[in-house]
Design a protein around this ligand. Structure first.
Ligand code: ADP
Length: 272
């Protein structure tokens, strides 16, 4: 039975009703978002293809990638350099568009979005963490976080989020006065302050030493659990796979395999 629309705000989730109830026209009302959550994965990529054309040469960076991710999962996308990991993350984050295929995020088909819709999607729905932090050098840690918070709909308090990532004492420092790990914490705070449901991290520990990298991964894993925030982390380090709820391995632009992990390991217990 299809959902019924009441004032565009309320849906009848009749999916799980016994046959008997449907026959007598019983209807249980719930919010549209609840209905979506009950029936759809939070993220779904269906046969996503991305081609880059450079003169005579065509590079197929994504070659029919399909996977789904449930709300609140900590996901690792792993694979060798050049496999197509960043391409997938950029498309998911609205920074690039696919040549063909479908991308659904939280019930919306972002692969159909125009430029303006993608701008709003990046602004309001995505927190992004980059390998080299991408902080503005002449703004303090606090100002970097405030700047990002200012352009989105429902931001969190910048100072409170900096406290949360362990930088309460360093808010007034400029990036050059902070270590690599501290700068990455600022960049995570900047993403978290946007108060989005989805956090995308592209090799967030790629520029950090072993111990600092581990602390950053711990922060991401804890934040995902505490906030129930769907988190996708790209890495080429296969040893990190046990920390994720779901591991998606990409090879030559295709999904090599997907593994679900019912009992993820805290990153502190993983050695590599
Ligand atoms: P990974 O993140 O796994 O290292 P990428 O997604 O960055 O892989 O790249 C996949 C392939 O697509 C590579 O061959 C890369 O050179 C190519 N590629 C990525 N971005 C572009 C681009 N903007 N223009 C042309 N080729 C690109």
């Amino acid at each position: 039975m299809p959902p019924q629309d009441f004032d565009g705000a309320v849906f009848a989730a009749a999916r799980d009703l016994p046959e008997e109830s449907l026959r007598y026209g019983a209807v249980f009302a719930c919010r549209e978002s609840d209905f979506m959550e009950a029936v759809m994965p939070f993220i779904e990529l269906k046969d996503v293809r991305k081609e880059y054309v450079m003169g005579e040469v065509k590079i197929v960076a994504s070659d029919g990638v399909s996977f789904s991710i449930e709300k609140g999962e900590f996901v690792i996308i792993v694979g060798p350099s050049g496999a197509g990991k960043t391409t997938v993350l950029n498309i998911l984050g609205g920074m690039d568009s696919c040549t063909s295929g479908e991308i659904l995020v939280d019930g919306r088909e972002i692969s159909k979005y125009d430029r303006r819709q993608l701008t709003l999607y990046r602004r309001n729905d995505i927190g992004f963490v980059f390998q080299f932090y991408n902080l503005i050098q002449n703004l303090t840690a606090l100002e970097n976080v405030e700047l990002a918070a200012q352009i989105c709909k429902d931001p969190l308090d910048a100072a409170a989020v900096l406290e949360e990532v362990g930088l309460g004492e360093r808010m007034n420092n400029f990036p050059a006065q902070l270590s690599g790990g501290e700068q990455q914490r600022v960049s995570i705070a900047r993403a978290l302050a946007k108060n989005t449901k989805l956090l995308l991290c592209d090799e967030p520990t790629g520029a950090l030493d072993y111990i600092t990298g581990k602390q950053i991964l711990q922060l991401l894993q804890d934040t995902c659990r505490r906030r129930g925030m769907t988190t996708v982390v790209i890495t080429h380090n296969m040893a990190l796979a046990p920390m994720a709820d779901r591991v998606i391995r990409i090879k030559n632009g295709k999904v090599d395999y997907i593994r679900e992990n019912p009992a993820p390991t805290p990153v502190g217990q993983i050695e590599w």
